[in-house]
Design a protein around this ligand. Sequence first.
Ligand SMILES: NC(=O)c1ccc[n+]([C@@H]2O[C@H](COP(=O)([O-])OP(=O)(O)OC[C@H]3O[C@@H](n4cnc5c(N)ncnc54)[C@H](O)[C@@H]3O)[C@@H](O)[C@H]2O)c1
Length: 391
Amino acid sequence: MSRDLRVGLIGVNGRGKLADHAHKPDEGVRLTAGADPEQAFLDEFREKFQADFITTDYRELVARDDLDAVFICSPDDCHEEHAVAALEAGKAVYLEKPMAITTEGCDRILQAAHDHQAKLYLGHNMRHMPFVLKMRELIQRGYIGEVKAGWCRHFVGWGGDFYFKDWHADRSKSTGLLLQKGAHDIDVLHWLCGGFTRRVAAMGGLTVYGAIDDRDPHPAPAKRDWKMEHWPPLSLKGLNPIVDVEDLSMMLMELDNGVFCSYQQCHYTPDYWRNYTIIGAEGRIENFGNGEDGTVVRLWDRRCGYKPEADAEFHTPAASHGGHGGADPAIVDEFIRFLRGQTRATTSPVAARYSVAAGCAATACLRDGSLGMTVPPVPDDVARYFEGQTV
Ligand SMILES: NC(=O)c1ccc[n+]([C@@H]2O[C@H](COP(=O)([O-])OP(=O)(O)OC[C@H]3O[C@@H](n4cnc5c(N)ncnc54)[C@H](O)[C@@H]3O)[C@@H](O)[C@H]2O)c1
């Protein structure tokens, strides 16, 4: 593809700002069309990019012949409908995580890409975070031997303000936060540990925010209300009218390669960050820091007692410009090169589907007695279509 790329965006505000990184007229890429139910967001989008076309009906956008690709940054419960429509129209798609809010929804998206031979790229930007890449490099270079276990603790410090004041708190719109937030971490655990979850067990509950009666009956579109002084969590006001998702969840996973993983998520910690440790037969690694300046990965590979300084420490590059420690511009740049056929993808639609499948199975499990559940596989012919597209 050598002519200019014309790109559309569904969901122009909130996470839709990610697509700003794609708009590089000097390099032959222009954001030319936007769809969103909110006219004010559309007007702002048109002015910012001098867009040719805006609409409150996404179907008008995907029907256009002059678009090469569509970013889908709408809320989670729209992903299935928006992605299937765009893929059926033959558009290349950048789809935000989680791929969809059900496993069946993900499978419909994979099938549509397969049937229409359309390019599908998943927005799992954590695969572009320097500390995650460093952990993967250390594993691949054999620093900890054969991987046996992966653990992730996710301290969602601004959970109350970010995820309990709008649609995220309503399970009919998100399935649950174990999936909504955990899709990132399950994908990273799968990537670092080299397999996909086949069996899960989980426990969790709504342990703090359910006690807050102060609700906002009509949350503003894309409500964001994070403030340092909103502390302690029980002092929060203006929660979504429906709050029926867990604020504390814990899941166990058995991967198809015999690795065992765990993931813990809490939405009322004072601090916000993620801590991974990967244990191999000859050592373990762990990250300290969330991608900001000073983030390190430590390696223990000799017998010792408590040794916080570890046996070796690896600094990851300082955060560059752009969101999520530079991962956002990096992933959009890779998507554009993927579109042009210049690179394979670091993220994977099949892997994204397995992260949703594990998150959905775990959510069902914790809501229904915590007995173990199996994760259904992707059909072979669909999986084969995506082979060779991911690095
Ligand atoms: N990869 C990441 O790091 C990351 C970070 C934040 C959000 N996300 C994902 O991005 C998506 C959007 O999240 P958000 O917090 O920006 O949500 P949001 O509620 O702010 O909505 C985003 C945009 O979509 C629009 N929208 C709402 N309903 C729509 C519809 N039916 N059709 C088209 N547009 C619609 C909103 O008006 C808004 O402009 C979610 O899937 C979320 O998981 C990913």
